[in-house]
Design a binder for this molecule. Sequence first.
Ligand SMILES: *[C@@H]1O[C@H](CO)[C@@H](O)[C@H](O)[C@H]1NC(C)=O
Ligand SMILES: *[C@@H]1O[C@H](CO)[C@@H](O)[C@H](O)[C@H]1NC(C)=O
Ligand SMILES: *[C@@H]1O[C@H](CO)[C@@H](O)[C@H](O)[C@H]1NC(C)=O
Ligand SMILES: *[C@@H]1O[C@H](CO)[C@@H](O)[C@H](O)[C@H]1NC(C)=O
Ligand SMILES: *[C@@H]1O[C@H](CO)[C@@H](O)[C@H](O)[C@H]1NC(C)=O
Ligand SMILES: *[C@@H]1O[C@H](CO)[C@@H](O)[C@H](O)[C@H]1NC(C)=O
Length: 798
Amino acid sequence: MATPLILLVLSSVLLWTPSFSIFDGLRAGSCLSVEAPADVLTSPDGSFSAGFHPVGQNAYSFAIWFNKPTCSGISCTIVWMANRDQPVNGRSSKLCQLRSGNLVLEDADHIVVWETKVVSATPTQLKLGNGGNLVLLDSEGLVLWQSYDSPTDTLLPLQPFNANSNLISSRSQGNYSSGFYRLYFDTDNVLSLVYKGPEFSSVYWPSPWLLTWEAGRSTYNNTKLAVLDSLGNFSSTDNLTFLSADYGSKISRMLKMDFDGNLRLYSLQEDGQVWVVSWEAFPQPCMVHGCCGPNTICLYTPSFGRKCSCSPGYKQRKPDDWSLGCEPEFLLSCNQTGQLDFLKLRHVEFYGYDFNMYPNVTLEECKQICLQMCDCRGFQFRFIKAHESDGTYCYPKSQLLNGHRPPNFNADFYVKLPKAAVSSYVDTVKYPELHCSNQVEQLQRKYTRTHANESLRFGLWTACAVGGVELITILLVWIFFIRTNDKPSPNAGYLLATTGFRKFTFAELKKATNRFSEEIGRGAGGIVYKATLSDGRVAAIKRLIDANKGEAEFLAEVNTIGKLNHMNLIDMWGYCGEGKHRLLVYEYMEHGSLAENLYSKSLDWDKRFDIALGTARGLAYLHEECLEWVLHCDIKPQNILIDSKYQPKVSDFGLAWLLNRGDVKYSKFSRIRGTRGYMAPEWVFNLPITSKVDVYSYGILLLELVTGKSPAAGIQVGDDGSSETQRTLVTWVRGQMAGALETETWTHEIIDPKLEGVYDEAQMVTVVNVALRCVQEDKDERPTMGEVVEMLFRDGSL
Ligand SMILES: *[C@@H]1O[C@H](CO)[C@@H](O)[C@H](O)[C@H]1NC(C)=O
Ligand SMILES: *[C@@H]1O[C@H](CO)[C@@H](O)[C@H](O)[C@H]1NC(C)=O
Ligand SMILES: *[C@@H]1O[C@H](CO)[C@@H](O)[C@H](O)[C@H]1NC(C)=O
Ligand SMILES: *[C@@H]1O[C@H](CO)[C@@H](O)[C@H](O)[C@H]1NC(C)=O
Ligand SMILES: *[C@@H]1O[C@H](CO)[C@@H](O)[C@H](O)[C@H]1NC(C)=O
Ligand SMILES: *[C@@H]1O[C@H](CO)[C@@H](O)[C@H](O)[C@H]1NC(C)=O
């Protein structure tokens, strides 16, 4: 009973100890003790402290940390550590400034775990500077040692990063010991990120696919020096330069080699409570090498984050530690090639470790090549379209590393497995994006040539576009979906029951809409009516006008669309496909469409920003998590609905497929390919149609959200009397930006006057910049919707 009491007394004594921070440094002959939490050095301006910081149970490291966000010695934002790989005991460990000049860190039993090895004839002093630099000075003020010279995972503003510097990530979120990722100047003078794991190592940034100059880097300057200035401008002698998204003074910043392998620049928010990312090396977490270990496939979705899963036929080596990857569940034997087969992994890419590259071979020949090689674990098979040498390429591989599914990747991987494993492997693809890809493998089995032509034709004309190799790949994926849903009867009934999604009779809907009396909108192929269902729910019912597609086909498509669930996509509750009637039943949105709201005063800046971000999330879900198989093709404010909490819901997605084209007539075709003012140039120039058409329309929508001006109407510029011409929204905004001397001027000029000057300027600048990237003429210059979400999220929100 006595012990807790003593502890209580002790801790209150500690609490009452007047806070004692050493501003003027640690003098020769004195120590900081791990047992005295108040024994810290603090920089003169109070922004940094140095002292013992807990890193585990009864384990401490000597560290420097930011005093904001407030942390009182636990879970601080650590920027440097003396002994990250060898923590000391929580009793009687200390950091001492010896009279010899040396600074030593001693563990409980006087074992020196770390030292500066400085020898000085005159007395030395340890000080923490305002920039977070811990320096050991002699009596003349000469620097004998400084923490800036040996960074751990963080670079602070004005801290030089040179040929000898490394930023090494920590092992995991809570474990500060050295991890597998590092930033360094390689022998080519290029600032690089490398993964150095237990079994292999590889550079992953700048992208190994690019030549140095293609990545915008230069190899010529062997000075090897990089620095982040205090305004947020990073520049390196290899010509890498970038600006923080919130470039400007008076902001605390740090560049950190994060444990997940990405290099990020953080800024401390004004309230001093949260660090936000203001730049990162790359937006696709699955491109980080080694992130999931060998024999795995990494998947990234904005809502789930990064996920690792074993490649088919492999099992996880150690639970909870993906860095060790997976091991085979089978024995591959070389004298039994007859027992081996290949399983196709759609759009999956594994990095490097090719035995060789074989051009112009068929899939069958490629399989034979891999079978002949005992150590071949599988092969990448791709069709490359180049000007002179179109052809297929076969890359047999000895290792399965960095498996992932890059966006827009049009090749497949074939993993070598025992025949039994291949045939038993039908239903077990465990991709997290359930709604679209869990049936892909199964579908391939049902795929037959006779159907293919028919489906392809159907796909081409019912999707929102013609032509383009890229599109065909997307369509093939789509077709596979249709195939599973081919037979609507007993199975479909079951599916529908489980999701609440159901079939309505025409009579039911006629009654619910009171004989289609209350029309609430007209758009893409139909008229929308308000309805009250028999269970009391208020619904919006869309009656499709020219959908004269067969019932089974209609059902198959509706089924697929009905399975898409995302908070920023409108919920479809059911459909009716009776006789010639084709109706869709959606949830009803009280606040109507964005178009209606934008021209009233109901949307303040925060709501507009939420709508921008939510819409991007909905579209990213359609594009990326579903392997790009749903293009919307008609993004505009009329198709963004607003719920009671002013969250946006994208509607009318998938409609392009529902409206049966029959013969292609220009009149019909022009309707599905979007709306004037929002249409990407690809439509006009007959270029391949990809998800980037939606990105373009989304960019226009953003500009409309900011300016309150409709792109379809054109912009009247004539106040200054100089010009009366109508310009497009994009050129008008670009013109305002180019003409202005300061940010404040152009933001003021273009912001929607209905906001009456009340808006967050930094967010607004981010939104406009994202918008202008989305509306680039060249589709490849536009970001993906996933990237848009990340840009808006990290730069704009919080
Ligand atoms: C941190 O990770 C290292 C390497 O895996 C391990 O040895 C150490 O025990 C971990 N430390 C903590 C506090 O979990
Ligand atoms: C560095 O980049 C700038 C612009 O990005 C370019 O003009 C210049 O040629 C580059 N320098 C080298 C040495 O590559
Ligand atoms: C290399 O970079 C340093 C620092 O920016 C600069 O002073 C020097 O002139 C550069 N050398 C060459 C050859 O470009
Ligand atoms: C960033 O720093 C580099 C090198 O010092 C300089 O050339 C560049 O102009 C700076 N950019 C800005 C926007 O200040
Ligand atoms: C294959 O080779 C292994 C050892 O190399 C041997 O043990 C096995 O019996 C062989 N199997 C066949 C079917 O020849
Ligand atoms: C592949 O074959 C085609 C036609 O025979 C030829 O034109 C092309 O150059 C070949 N490509 C390569 C890479 O050998």
